[in-house]
Design a protein. Structure first.
Lengths: 129, 347
């Protein structure tokens, strides 16, 4: 299971990365894409949508089921990965790269500090069924 | 929970498992879409040992079998298989079933796994002097499916049953029972062997080039063909006429449920199956609300079609609806879908 050391992780298996410009890029973890199976549809929000940390703001659908995707940080969606519309399989192929979901402008005072680091997420996954 | 005699073999192949009708069965190995395409373009092999199977033999077996089932087994010659159904008195589908007719009065009845005890009980009640004997626990059942399946099956068994033909023979000094049937729309064979030779058979089929496939791909494959799944598209409150499966009903004989079907033919159908495809990747799912004109209903099966790369599904509308498009409530939006005649993919 690939868990890059430079990312932060939420309990719902989203990852988040602080970009040099202070924005936060996010997607779902390798564990999540593997558990979902073949991803065939991703529903992304409109740019400008705001979300609280932990709020469902996108959906990912595999041949098996539909799952909510939760905002790892409070803020405003400033960019979404439009490629996923035609190529949702990018989430399976490259969950931390080409398969990213959205970029957030963090809300007032919002930080990634409440999320797990790679070591903590790895420990967290050991407790998953 | 029962497992297939091939369970540990699947574990070694890296399968993921699911609970299917009380059985722990492989849902996928490499991935649903890769397995689906292997069957459409090459060849795949499924373990379907959870499917029910019992033998009915003895003088008069044909008369008993044909009275229980709405298609007519007397209309096929020995050495052939038939798709049929067991109905209740209301014409509702108790199960959809494949019958293998080996000889004049020598049958295997193959109900869905979930309905095995129900159908077995029904045949035992009507057995009289006939022998009704379960064969599921003593055997494994595998399905080799795909355009390249004849080559694989010939290499393993020495011969390939024709479409809806039944064959027997020996594999590794043990018997096999096979038919040119399946649930994918592709050429294929379903092969039963004693538990003792199950791993040898599955292994030989994989070694001959078949991709191991799970029940996930089996479901998307059958859906692309518009084949119904009992428990979703068929149930005891749905008749074969409502399901668009009148071809499965043979009117030349008496069978349980016939009077109810005749009444429905006279008086009209309260609901009818409709099949549809979405314009994009919005995917209808079992349980979604469905509407067309003034008709309402529910999606009974829906998924992503790997071949069409769009959503496909079917469901019932009441009263029956003849329009060109329907709408499906996918989460919060009513999504338009074109009404189509199955199969969804070109055959």
């Amino acid at each position: 299971m690939n868990i890059p050391a430079d990312l932060r992780y939420a309990e719902n298996h989203e990852w988040a990365r602080l970009e040099p410009d202070g924005r936060v890029r996010m997607g779902i973890s390798d564990y999540a894409q593997d558990a979902l199976g073949d991803i065939v549809y991703v529903e992304l929000p409109e740019v400008g949508r705001t979300a609280e940390a932990g709020e469902a703001f996108a959906e990912v659908e595999s041949t098996k089921s539909v799952s909510d995707v939760y905002a790892p940080i409070a803020g405003t969606v400033v960019e979404v990965n439009a490629k996923l519309e035609e190529n949702p399989e990018l989430v399976n192929q490259d969950p931390y790269g080409e398969g990213w979901f959205a970029i957030f402008e963090p809300g007032e005072g919002a930080t990634l500090d409440d999320l797990m680091d790679a070591a903590a997420y790895e420990t967290f996954l050991e407790g998953q069924p | 929970m029962p497992v297939s005699p091939l369970h540990s073999f699947h574990e070694r192949l890296g399968a993921r498992f699911t609970d299917f009708g009380g059985w722990t069965m492989p849902v996928q190995y490499a991935g649903v879409i890769a397995e689906h395409m292997a069957v459409r373009e090459g060849v795949g092999v499924f373990d379907v040992s959870h499917l029910g199977r019992f033998a009915v033999t003895g003088t008069g077996a044909t008369e008993m079998v044909r009275s229980q089932l709405c298609n007519d087994v007397a209309s096929i010659t020995p050495g052939r298989a038939q798709y049929t159904m067991a109905l209740n008195d209301r014409g509702g589908v108790v199960d959809d079933i494949i019958v293998w007719r080996f000889a004049g009065d020598d049958y295997w009845i193959m109900p869905n796994g979930t309905n095995f005890d129900t159908i077995l009980g029904r045949f035992r009640d009507g057995a009289g002097d006939l022998t009704v004997e379960p064969v599921r626990d003593a055997t494994a059942l595998v399905a080799v499916q795909g355009p390249d399946s004849p080559e694989v099956v010939r290499r393993v068994l020495g011969s390939m049953p024709g479409r809806f033909r039944v064959e027997t023979g020996t594999f590794e000094d043990h018997p096999f029972w096979a038919a040119g049937t399946g649930y994918t729309g592709e050429r294929g064979a379903e092969i039963a062997v004693p538990v003792a030779t199950a791993e040898a058979l599955f292994g030989a089929i994989v070694d001959a080039g078949a991709e191991p496939c799970g029940l996930g791909a089996r479901d998307t494959l059958r859906l692309e063909m518009g084949y119904p799944l009992w428990g979703q598209d068929l149930d005891e409150d749905t008749t074969p006429l409502e399901a668009g499966l009148e071809w499965v009903v043979s009117w030349d004989h008496e069978f349980v449920g016939r009077a109810a079907l005749e009444r429905q033919r006279r008086e009209g159908l309260p609901k009818r199956l409709v099949a549809f495809e979405t314009e994009d990747r919005k995917i209808p799912r079992h349980g979604h609300a469905l509407r067309g004109g003034a008709s309402h209903g529910t999606v009974t099966s829906g998924n992503f079609s790997p071949v069409l790369e769009r959503g496909i599904g079917m469901g019932y509308l009441s009263p029956p609806y003849d329009g060109a498009s329907v709408e499906i409530l996918i989460r919060k939006d009513w999504v338009r879908a074109d009404v189509v005649t199955p199969p969804f993919i070109a055959r």
